[in-house]
Ligand binder design. Sequence first.
Ligand code: ATP
Length: 359
Amino acid sequence: MANVTLRSVRKTYPGGFEAIKGVDVDVGDGQFCVLVGPSGCGKSTLLRMVAGLETVTGGEIDIGGRVVNQVEPADRDIAMVFQNYALYPHMSVYNNMAYGLRNRGMAEAEIKTRVEEAARVLELAPMLERKPRQLSGGQRQRVAMGRAIVRQPKVFLFDEPLSNLDAKLRIAMRVEIRKLQRRLNTTSIYVTHDQLEAMTLADILVVMNGGQVEQVGNPLAIYEKPATTFVASFIGAPPMNLMSTRPDEIKSQLGSAGEAGILGIRPEDFVITDQTPAGGVALSLIVEAIERVGAETFVYGSRQQEEQRVAATPGELPPGEVIVRIPGTEAPGIGQTIRVAAVRAKLHLFSGDGRKRIE
Ligand code: ATP
């Protein structure tokens, strides 16, 4: 079994900067965990601590039932795949994959079996004698994966492994990584700042912000019920519309009159209609811009003056701007007024500071 458990993990860098402020995460055996968050939130620091490349200054990291805080990276039974692949340019693909095993003194016959099996799985068999410079970016990435696979580790760690690839290859490799992980059933922790990559890969998604965990869970559950306005605007593209609400509008939900809150509605949850659904929300928008991307159209609208209220939390839209997704066959004209509505079940309500989900 190779569960990875982080208990109250902290990291203060020399100089005093606290990059990780007490993180708890449980990754079950064979699960794919994705750490996602904006630049500087601490996701690479956390991954490097699991790898043993950074010291742990507080709490415990447990891999397969053993606390590894003091264990050397080489003895943690993990294999890491880096963003820049870290391949040896002068070595063949075969030798790049064999290198780590030779260092451990493994017999050549066993090395050959493992490298050939990994090459088969990764479709690298015809390229084993090539040097990294004779490979495409995607193929190099697969060699880096191969080097991790041949070690048969308990845990794979991925640090933004796809960020050097172009958009199309990224999607293809994302699917490959997921298929491979399902097949090998190896516990994995994967760092990315790309929320789409995070959503599609993760069994467990960990959304980080400022050295802390904002929310942990199943990706769709997080999309459907974000715990904070930070998560609401980070997961989903374009982001959820966040609007401060008038106290009287939400007092029934908040319980006490006079408390301000934040209302969230995803662009895809609006429909163009003149009706106001019971308990739902209707808005009149002046169309400022449209983006037609084929199957769908995004409308950027401004709310009419009497409906505008001041935005109150970080990460939310400028005051009065609302994004609406409509079918690609529809395209209202710039300057036109449209009426859109969202049903009650699609409304998200947060406390005024955005730190708590109310409904
Ligand atoms: P990115 O997506 O940009 O790589 P990240 O979420 O992976 O960001 P980290 O690299 O973990 O972020 O960095 C977290 C914070 O710790 C940042 O504010 C960074 O400046 C700081 N930091 C990272 N390494 C060190 C270091 N060696 N000494 C001091 N501070 C550091």
